[in-house]
Design a binder for this molecule. Structure first.
Ligand SMILES: Nc1ncnc2c1ncn2[C@@H]1O[C@H](COP(=O)(O)OP(=O)(O)O)[C@@H](O)[C@H]1O
Ligand SMILES: [Mg+2]
Length: 255
């Protein structure tokens, strides 16, 4: 663990907060400069469970990547999990991601030659925050939490899409990150599995995680406390979900 990543308990307590100030991300091409994110200001509280919506090309993935330290802003300032990401160099940013961010992808991205259990253990081996002797038991606990403990010794190809995404969520939790981000995590799932996966992700707020999920499926937004909607690289609406079927809005989301 590099020294420049602050692990003090006081920072951990508020480490899920996200703050963006005038964040822009532009891409240059022969056709000119394109602004994927344009001067975004937003704050997200610790343990908030937030959906990022908007049409294709509106900047959802770019916003998620910048907040997660996968990509860097072209200008502006941002703080995630107590770190000023705009001030970190590449090595520090990599260490930051490993320690503070769990990432869930649309196509699961499990390592195909490793079992579900091994996928989690390897994620812990890589970051080295969880003591080695605890990794296997922790992996089994996390697989249990997401409902696939009985699949622990199977390869990803032996699992359904929904099961693979459950394993991927468990892997995202492996190093106990403050922030979990998911980019269209149900885009490759049937509607029943999609609802279950969104429920799992939204429930991470009660585990003390801040959760950001990109989805353009309107019917899945009811799982969230807040919906940020993007258009042309800007946040155009910031609201509670359009409908509350299932009562998720009424349930307390604190630990
Ligand atoms: N690496 C890149 N190079 C050039 N343009 C990019 C790059 N990444 C994203 N863009 C452009 O930025 C815009 C927003 O992309 P993205 O954040 O992926 O949108 P969304 O996730 O909402 O579909 C798109 O027009 C896309 O083509
Ligand atoms: Mg996208």
């Amino acid at each position: 663990m590099p020294k420049h990543i602050n692990r003090s308990s006081s920072l951990r307590a508020e480490s899920a907060a996200i703050r963006l100030r005038g964040v822009s991300r532009s891409f240059s091409s022969p056709a000119g400069v394109f602004h994927a994110l344009a001067d975004v200001d937003v704050e997200i509280a610790p343990r908030e469970v937030v959906a990022i919506a908007g049409p294709s090309g509106s900047g959802k993935s770019t916003l998620l990547h910048v907040i997660a330290g996968i990509d860097r802003p072209s200008s502006g300032q941002l703080w995630t999990a107590g770190q000023a990401l705009h001030a970190l160099n590449e090595d520090a940013l990599t260490a930051f991601r490993g320690r503070h961010v769990g990432i869930v992808f649309q196509f699961f991205q499990l390592l195909p030659t490793l079992t579900a259990l091994e996928n989690l253990v390897v994620a812990m081996d890589f970051v080295e925050v969880i003591p080695a002797r605890q990794r296997r038991a922790r992996a089994l606990e996390l697989l249990e939490r997401v409902g696939v403990r009985d699949q622990a010794n199977k390869l990803p190809t032996a699992l359904s899409g929904g099961q693979q995404q459950r394993v991927a969520i468990a892997r995202a939790l492996a190093n106990d990150p403050a922030l979990v981000v998911a980019d269209e995590p149900t885009g490759n799932l049937d509607s029943r599995s999609a609802g279950q996966i969104m429920t799992l992700l939204a429930d991470l707020g009660s585990l003390g995680k801040t959760v950001l999920v990109v989805t353009h499926a309107l019917e899945l937004q009811r799982h969230f406390q807040r919906v940020l909607e993007l258009a042309d690289g800007r946040i155009v609406t910031d609201r509670v979900p359009p409908f509350t079927l299932g009562g998720r809005r009424d349930e307390p989301c604190t630990a």
